[in-house]
Design a protein around this ligand. Sequence first.
Ligand code: NAD
Length: 417
Amino acid sequence: MAETNPFESLQEQLDDASEHLDVRDDVLERLKQPERVLEMTLSVEMDDGSVETFNAYRSQFNGDRGPYKGGIRYHPGVDRAEVKALSGWMVYKTAVVDIPYGGGKGGIELDPSDYSESELERITRSFAAEIRPLIGEDKDVPAPDVNTGQREMNWIKDTYETLENTTAPGVITGKALENGGSKGRVEATGRSTMFAAREVFDYLGKDLADATVAVQGYGNAGSVAANLIEDLGADVVAVSDSSGAIYDPEGFDTRHVKDFKRDTGSVAGYDGAAEEFGNDDLLTLDVDLLVPAALENAIDADLAEDVQADVVVEAANGPLTPDADDVLTEKNVHVVPDILANAGGVTVSYFEWVQNRQRFQWTEQRVNEELEAVITDAFDAMIDAYEDSDVPNLRTAAYVVAVRRVVDAYEGSGTWP
Ligand code: NAD
């Protein structure tokens, strides 16, 4: 897998978009750096009475369009540079789907599997106490990311509310339903991936119902996308996870595969599969649609040369290296970028925040309908930019839309000395 510096990838994407926009160089430079990054050292008591220290970060990249928004990651690879880059992508993800947020990201450098639940609770509450001056319903609204979920969000909400002596469920999203979460949140990323696939096939004059589909990564985003794309009539012929890939030219019953993975921990060994093969074989399969839904940088330039799919819809964040992106553009493969295709997660997080502010819970049907409207509007705006701005591909078109919105908000605010 290629090593690509995520912060450089972000800056390259902004440079590409700016070539098709009338943006002053000094404004562009401003938008390429975070507004502030808080770096913390947490000191937390372990179960054996010893005290361990942890490096932790929260980056607020840009708040011109609303409160900073973005997840909290627990991983040994978390560092200042990664958190900064991830917070930048959130700015453009919230802008392309036009929800009233900026971008932020946070993280703690640790492997959660090394700690007990009570240790993780103390670590999380210590982090929440440190970032408390920065966060708030109208200031910065964190969410889950790699290795964090409803449990951690509930702890952060509780710590914040206790210290502030208030109730403020909208201070964080991705909470459990009983703690102020939203219906439809768990499926939201796979659902927006399905909407993006449906829209791009429609735009290209193809029918998704007749398509063959390969999905790399059968986790939350990938399995839900596979289920919903199958519901539209497509044949999901190949899926994979970290243990291997399976293939059936007739198409899988994707919910059966999901049950099998739930019971056994993997898709490998699924008895309905005609064949098992390697992960790279899946990525280069001759299918109509490829959905990378695993990790960043899954496809580098060499692998991209062998990709045979006509359309790629990015459920994962950053699954193509910038060089791979260039190769696919050359080959006329249409790629719906991550900032739009997987924006269902942050969009339903926004709906969760709206429901928390309204103190009124929406039905799942309403959540899904509002999500569909947001994603199809964003898709249409991207296509308008693609057709009007002479951009090389859909990713640059999406960035043109997003950067334009951020620049307009920044310039419209005037200058603070
Ligand atoms: P997840 O952990 O539920 O699933 C990831 C899956 O990828 C797992 O099944 C894992 O086995 C598989 N995988 C790992 N390495 C692989 C490899 N080399 N080949 C094939 N499969 C491999 O995670 P998720 O929440 O579904 O997230 C997947 C991607 O989607 C990530 O890039 C994430 O940032 C992005 N994303 C997720 C959400 C969300 O709401 N879940 C929102 C936006 C973006």
